[in-house]
Every structure is written in structure tokens, then in C-alpha cells.
Design a protein around this ligand. Structure first.
Ligand SMILES: O=CCCCC(=O)O
Length: 451
């Protein structure tokens, strides 16, 4: 049995019977049968359905958002924004998939040579609870438009969200089997990846989960894409606009109650502006409104499970034992953890060295650009970094020196359907979104025609 429990109230919400082996086989069989027809549909036909999915999400965004909030404690206003973003990605691929997958002519001595993009088949998506709708739509919208079909193994605490996502596609008119939710535990993932009808796997989640899925996929010679953890730095240079940087850094760290792979997790501030930055940042964080996630005014909700709140508490406490200064917050009550700020943070401390998945951040100062780059790159993660400076030439020179999947200047790292999204180092490989994402699970077929 899989259960959803409201992390704010502790109330049991929904329970789901797990699929047995026969049920699982039947769903994979249905997906495969669906693929044999789906791959022959036109982009125009798929677009009509994908636009309907976008409409369905827009029309019922409040009710979908409420389930997200109930299941994992995200503030309702942020859950509504998440559903709206899902509608955006559906609309984006409805409009752009055909162009992104058009044949690419290549000049050779042949009469005609080109690359054709053809779908691979059934793709398994293993997805996490922190953006229960968005992470799934980020995979599903491009892949269904590309002619693949999707099966989902969602996190066990957000199974109602998973069920509703399948409902969105059903209501939009996608054929049976095009997108299916599998109510299974992690122990079944290996057999699903190994199933002959399953051609590829994408995982968003922790680095250990990614390593396990990648090795199973590797053993079975199946393509994988991994979008894993991150420990993005927010680098504030001495010429930054401090007020704007503070606003962006607060958003980067504390939205989604800090539970995001791409959150800004390490504050690196030039020593000449550190006092001013710190005073304004502390003031702003101190005013963030915590409370009932269903209240429109709440910005900080609860963490999705109590063990997660205990985890961040331990990272903060250990960092303080190692010499960090507690400047704000630091207390836990059940699943709630106060927005927390530490000063005098050094790279050996857990708050700097490990991924922190909650509303806590530490500040480290630097003297030179060299030092800022080195501090940022010292992380074993490589999802993204934000640089704050008014000198765009300085920023452009620094961009190639960061070992990251993305560099954002005067902006928080965020995903956008139009731009590739993914990491390097232990943050994973492969890309989602944009033309790069839609091509990940395609056979790039070389065609060479001579007379
Ligand atoms: O944990 C990862 C969160 C990704 C959020 C996004 O894609 O915007």
C-alpha cells in the first residue's frame, strides 16, 4: 500500500494499492501497443491533444494545486504557479516539437543525406515529490509530442498527484496507454528498466538514486537521462546591485521551502559588501511568512516529511558545532523548519559541502574573482550558479570558468521550456527541455541516399 500523508496536519489523505506483477506487465504491454500506433500519428494530431492538456491544467489549476499542497506541503500560491508552468510546457511543445524534430539535411557526396529523429518507444520516468506535477510534465510534454509513450514511477508520498497527471492526459484525449502511472515501489524499478518493451529511463532525484538507475540502464544498454542534486552558489560581487541581489537570493533559496535541486544553496559574498548584504538579507528572511500551506499568504510551508526536516536540522547543528554562527532561525517543530541563516561558513561544513534540501543557507565571504570561482567550483555538484554584478563584461569572462550546467547573471537559476536544463559532475547528465531535451529519447537515424 502507498499512502499520502499531509505533512502539515499529519492526516492520512489517500491510499493506493500497489500493482502486482500481472498488473505491471499489463500496463507495460498496453504502453507498447499504444506506441506502435502513436508513433505514426502526425505532429498536428499530437498538438491538438497537448493543447487540450494545457487547457485542462489552466481550467482546473486550483484543484490540482490543492492536491500538491496537501500531499507535500508546498504553499498553495506556489502550487498554482507550478500547475501554470505545466500548462506552459505543454503549449510550448505543442507549438515547437515539429520544428525541433524536423529532418536535418547534411551535405555529403550522396544525392541526399540527412538525420531523421524517430521515437524510441516506452520511456520510464522516475520522479520526485518536490515539484510533483512540473517534473513529470517536463518529461511528458516533449516525449509524447515526439511520439514516445510514458510510464511513471512517482514518489510514494505523491501518488494522488501521479494519478491526476494521468487524468490530465486522459481528459485531453490521448489514447489509452500513452501515459500511465504505475503504483509501484522503488524495488520494482530494476525489472521495469530491464523489460524488453521499455527502451529508456529518465530520473530526477538524488545522486544515489541516479547512480542506481544509471547502472541498471547501463547493464541493459538503455539510454538514461539523470537530473540529480545540486548545491548552486549565489555569487554576489562587490559591484552588485545589493537590493536586487537580496530579493533574488531570498527567492532562489526559500521558494518551495528550499526543496529544490536548483535552489541557491551557498551564499558567496564579496567581503566589501558582505555587511550591507547580510543586514538586508537577514531582514528580508526574517519577514518571510511561515504558516498553513493552504493559506494564500504563506511563503514558507512545511517540509514534505519529518525525516527531511530532521536532516536539515542536523546539517545546521553540525555546521554550528564546526564554528558557523547562527544568525537566524535554527529551530524545528515537527515537519516545520525555520528559515535559517548561518555566517562564517567554511567549505568543510555540511551547510556548504552537502546538498541542503530545506530553508537554510550559509554565507561565506571572498576577496577576489579567483576565490569566488574556486569556492563555487569546489562543490561536487554542477547544476548551476547565479552571478550578481553590474559589470556584464566581467560576468561574460567568468562564465566559462564555472563547472556548471547553467550560469545565470543577475537572476536565479530556473528552468524554462525554451532553454536546456541539466547538470554536470554529480548533478547528472543529459538535458531536458528545449530542442535539446526533446531529442534525448530519439533515434537520430542517419539516412544516406545515392543513385
Ligand atoms: O529539484 C529540482 C527542481 C527543478 C525545478 C525546475 O525544474 O524548475
Amino acid at each position: 500500500m502507498k499512502e499520502s500523508i499531509n505533512p502539515y496536519s499529519g492526516e492520512k489523505l489517500f491510499s493506493f494499492k500497489e500493482l502486482d506483477q500481472r498488473g505491471l506487465e499489463a500496463k507495460i504491454g498496453l504502453a507498447d501497443a499504444c506506441f506502435s500506433k502513436w508513433k505514426h500519428t502526425s505532429f498536428a494530431e499530437r498538438s491538438v491533444m497537448m493543447r487540450k492538456a494545457a487547457e485542462e491544467l489552466k481550467t482546473n489549476k486550483r484543484s490540482y494545486a490543492e492536491v500538491i499542497t496537501l500531499e507535500m506541503g508546498k504553499p498553495i500560491s506556489q502550487a498554482i504557479a507550478e500547475v501554470e508552468k505545466c500548462a506552459w510546457v505543454c503549449g510550448y511543445y505543442a507549438q515547437n516539437a515539429e520544428g525541433q524534430l524536423a529532418d536535418e539535411l547534411v551535405e555529403t557526396e550522396a544525392q541526399k543525406s540527412y538525420v531523421a529523429y524517430e521515437p524510441l518507444g516506452v520511456v520510464l520516468a522516475v520522479m520526485p515529490w518536490n515539484y510533483p506535477f512540473w517534473q513529470v510534465f517536463r518529461f511528458a510534454a516533449p516525449n509524447l509530442m515526439a511520439g514516445n509513450v510514458g510510464i511513471l514511477k512517482h514518489a510514494s508520498n505523491v501518488m494522488k498527484s501521479a494519478e491526476l497527471i494521468e487524468q490530465v492526459f486522459t481528459r485531453a484525449g490521448f489514447p489509452k496507454g500513452c501515459f500511465q502511472n504505475l503504483v509501484i515501489g522503488s524495488e520494482k524499478v530494476e525489472s521495469v528498466i530491464g523489460h524488453p518493451s521499455v527502451k529508456a529511463v529518465t530520473l530526477t532525484g538524488s545522486t544515489p538514486a541516479g547512480a542506481s538507475v544509471a547502472s541498471i540502464a547501463g547493464k541493459n544498454i538503455k539510454k538514461s537521462v539523470l537530473e540529480l542534486g545540486g548545491s548552486n552558489a549565489l555569487v554576489v560581487f562587490d559591484d552588485a546591485d545589493i537590493d536586487k541581489s537580496v530579493t533574488t537570493c531570498v527567492q532562489a533559496r526559500f521558494q518551495n521551502t528550499g526543496q529544490s535541486c536548483i535552489a541557491g544553496k551557498r551564499l558567496l559574498v564579496h567581503e566589501d559588501v558582505a555587511d550591507e548584504f547580510l543586514q538586508k538579507f537577514t531582514d528580508r528572511v526574517g519577514k518571510l511568512k511561515s504558516g498553513d500551506p493552504m493559506d494564500e499568504a504563506t511563503f514558507i510551508g512545511v517540509l514534505a516529511r519529518e525525516d527531511l526536516a530532521k536532516g536539515i536540522e542536523e546539517q545546521v547543528d553540525k555546521s554550528v558545532e564546526m564554528g558557523a554562527k547562527l544568525l537566524l532561525g535554527g529551530r524545528r517543530k515537527g515537519t516545520y523548519y525555520e528559515p535559517t541563516l548561518l555566517g562564517d561558513v567554511t567549505p568543510e561544513m555540511p551547510i556548504f559541502k552537502e546538498e541542503t534540501f530545506g530553508p537554510a543557507i550559509g554565507l561565506t565571504t571572498f576577496k577576489t574573482d579567483e576565490e569566488a570561482v574556486a569556492l563555487s567550483n569546489t562543490s561536487s555538484f554542477g547544476l548551476g550558479v547565479s552571478l550578481f554584478t553590474k559589470n556584464i563584461e566581467r560576468a561574460k569572462k567568468l562564465v566559462p570558468r564555472f563547472e556548471e550546467g547553467a550560469v545565470f547573471v543577475n537572476e536565479l537559476v530556473k528552468s524554462d521550456p525554451r532553454l536546456p536544463f541539466g547538470g554536470v559532475k554529480i548533478s547528472g547528465y543529459g538535458r531536458e527541455l528545449s530542442a535539446h531535451g526533446i531529442r534525448e529519447f530519439m533515434n537520430r537515424k542517419t539516412v544516406f541516399i545515392d543513385m
